[in-house]
Write a protein that binds this ligand. Structure first.
Ligand code: C2E
Ligand code: CA
Length: 642
């Protein structure tokens, strides 16, 4: 086909006859304004998908600017061939790049990753690369916009640029129609509507042979995406921002090596459902009037977080915060009388997301009483930081699900068997050895792991390592009776617990009887039924089951007796009490003998002195465990006791 026969040859000035700079200038100005808002307010959320929108905005601004330049070249410097071609290429390239960003953004938004879409992605990449290359090569290939003998040729339809453009529009619209169910209806409709308006404008422009508003057609979809998907409006009554805005706030602050002072107000609304309206206004004037440059976040109806940026460590907001807490707050408390908890954290540089902060607020709320103010001292700050870091590692360990995870360390405490004086059993105790934190003890990580449901993967690692060690001892000709492993009730009652335990033991080729399972009592009756079933399953294979911490808190004898356990571990607290008064000693001895009478083995924990050891012996104990014999040692050292 002879393209040139259809072409209209023109002087540069004719190329822009129907063009006005208005559209492109508006594009540049609006993109600039949006960038200003993105950078200087917390109104828009910067996550990864947001970067694609930013990319599209930059590309479209560059394109628009280049088109304005092209227009001026045509009018003022029609002989500058290279300048005309380059500015036109930047225009086309910019718009195509913006379209490409839009496509991957839409794809991310719809959260689809099926085979069909992967093929489409590959095709799209090829279309873009080939199309853009052909477009840029058109001075040589004469496929699009080019010059010949001082005259310029430009066709609206056949050029590669138009092809890619139309391909993209069709793809975006089809994606949105095919996968519309994946978007909230209103968001989907609004996006389709703005997309429709843009396409209409493009068609009209095409008919008028102009590209005045082409770049501008990108603005409408960009603005609607920013508002519908990425905006985090202020709460008008309290002036607070939503919790998710905290993420960008923190990222922004830390990037500039800044720190944040944080003040948390947690109200206990109980039977009120919301904060009274006027209280919202008071909060608003509070943070505006007292602490300059502060931002208020509303994490929930009852939790407000005031943050103050700290550019350097010497800057001190503590006085302002103290004044707020000691002088202003009590006045209002008198009026509203809502119970509260206040926490102030200074110089924070480790809380990155609203979820992390929420976890910290939960922890502080659990550990502090109502109507108290807690100004975090260095010790508490350190603890919060450790908790946060540990939680992150726990999540990572649980996510990796590696039975050999080197971060999980098995310690063990040898247990003295009074029948033969040997240390033929031991209790496995967990430690974590974390990068940059060193050895972490159970008092820190066990409650965290339990709270966030991350304990089970840890237990499985311990069990696996214990089994492997027992196998190793056997291979060296050393026999032990068993090592017991601690499990929580929530793990034990979960589906498939026993099978998982059996599998790990079998995979290590040791006998089931070499493993003990330690569990604590549960107050919950349905748990009890489940535990009973589990204990049965475990015992059928020959695993011994221990009741841990007997004597702490709640004890229901009927239930304990009917579980069919093997060993009862008397908690250290019983021993301490027995050492102090005769009645306690008397009842401890009674319990111990009763258990023995009924066929249980009895183990006393926490023996530190000779005197305690004698008490236990007088109670007819079977096993003794405590610092007196050994502290928990790395499991590799257990063989020294055998
Ligand atoms: P527990 O099961 O009651 O373990 C006994 C704790 O008492 C151990 O602390 C041990 O080091 C300590 N202890 C032993 N002898 C003495 C003594 O003579 N005096 C004193 N003052 N303490 C003694 P550890 O290792 O810090 O573990 C604390 C708790 O963490 C354990 O209490 C257990 O509830 C939990 N834990 C440890 N490892 C695991 C595990 O692998 N899984 C689960 N679910 N919990 C674990
Ligand atoms: Ca235990």
């Amino acid at each position: 086909m002879d393209y040139e026969s259809e072409a209209h040859y023109m002087q540069p000035i004719e190329l822009v006859a129907n063009y006005s700079v208005a559209g492109d200038l508006a594009t540049v100005i609006i993109c600039g304004a949006l960038f200003f808002l993105i950078k200087n307010t917390l109104f828009f959320e910067s996550d990864r998908s947001f970067n694609k929108i930013k990319g599209a905005m930059i590309a479209v601004s560059v394109a628009a600017f280049s088109n304005v330049v092209f227009y001026h070249f045509c009018k003022l410097w029609p002989d500058g061939k290279a300048a005309l071609i380059v500015s036109r290429d930047i225009y086309h390239g910019g718009l195509l790049l913006a379209l490409y960003f839009t496509i991957i953004y839409v794809r991310g938004l719809l959260l689809v990753d099926d085979k069909c879409l992967r093929t489409v992605s590959t095709v799209t990449k090829v279309v873009f690369i080939v199309g853009t290359a052909l477009d840029f090569l058109s001075p040589i290939t004469h496929f699009g916009f080019y010059e010949k003998n001082g005259l310029w040729y430009d066709s609206t339809y056949i050029k590669p640029y138009t092809f890619v453009f139309i391909y993209s529009m069709v793809l975006i619209v089809s994606l949105m129609i095919i996968y519309r169910r994946r978007l909230i209806k209103t968001v989907c409709l609004s996006l389709m509507y703005t997309e429709g308006v843009s396409i209409t404008v493009l068609l009209i422009e095409n008919a008028l042979e102009s590209n005045t508003y082409t770049s501008f057609t990108f603005i409408l979809p960009i603005i609607s995406v920013l508002i519908l998907i990425h905006s985090k409006p202020y709460d008008l009554t309290t002036g607070a921002m939503s919790a998710s805005a905290f993420n960008s706030y923190a990222a922004h602050t830390y990037k500039k090596k800044g720190m944040i002072d944080i003040m948390v107000l947690k109200l206990e609304l109980k039977n009120r459902n919301t904060v009274p309206d006027e209280l919202g206004k008071i909060l608003y004037s509070f943070w505006l009037g007292y602490v300059r440059e502060a931002i208020l976040f509303s994490f929930s109806d009852d939790t407000f977080v005031l943050t103050i940026k700290k550019k350097n460590t010497s800057e001190d907001n503590t006085e302002a915060i103290r004044k707020l807490i000691e002088e202003v707050f009590p006045q209002y408390y008198k009026v509203y009388n809502i119970p509260y908890k206040i926490f102030a954290l200074y110089g924070v540089d480790f809380i990155n997301t609203s979820t992390e902060l929420q976890n910290i607020i939960d922890y502080l709320s659990e550990t502090h009483r109502s109507n108290t103010v807690t100004l975090a001292d260095e010790g508490l700050m350190k603890k919060l930081r450790t908790r946060k870091d540990v939680l992150k590692q726990l999540k990572d360990i649980a996510g990796k699900n590696d039975l050999d995870d080197p971060r999980v360390k098995v310690f063990c405490q040898p247990v003295k068997n009074l029948k033969n004086g040997s240390f033929d059993t031991a209790e496995a105790l967990m430690r974590l050895e974390l990068p940059e934190m060193g050895m972490i003890f159970p008092d820190i990580f066990i409650p965290l792991a339990e709270k966030y449901d991350l304990i089970h993967p840890l237990s499985m690692i311990i069990l696996n390592k214990v089994c492997r060690y027992i196998k190793l001892l056997e291979e060296d000709g050393i026999t032990i009776s068993r090592i017991s492993v601690n499990f929580t009730i929530s793990e034990l009652t979960a589906d498939g617990f026993s099978d998982e335990v059996f599998k790990i033991i079998e995979n290590n080729h040791i006998s089931f009887s070499k493993i003990g399972v330690e569990l604590t009592e549960s107050q919950n009756y349905s748990d009890y039924l489940m535990v009973k079933e589990r204990v049965q399953e475990l015992k059928e294979r020959g695993i011994k089951v221990y009741l841990d911490d007997f004597g702490t808190g709640y004890s229901n004898f009927d239930r304990i007796l009917s579980l069919g356990l093997d060993v009862i571990k008397f908690d250290r607290s019983l021993l301490l009490m027995a050492g102090e008064d005769k009645n306690s000693l008397f009842s401890m001895r009674l319990f111990s003998e009763a258990f023995k009478e009924m066929g249980f083995n009895v183990l006393f924990e926490g023996i530190e002195t000779n005197e305690q050891q004698e008490i236990c012996a007088s109670c007819n104990a079977d096993y003794l465990q405590g610092y007196m014999f050994s502290k928990p040692v790395p499991i590799e050292n257990y063989r020294d006791f055998l």
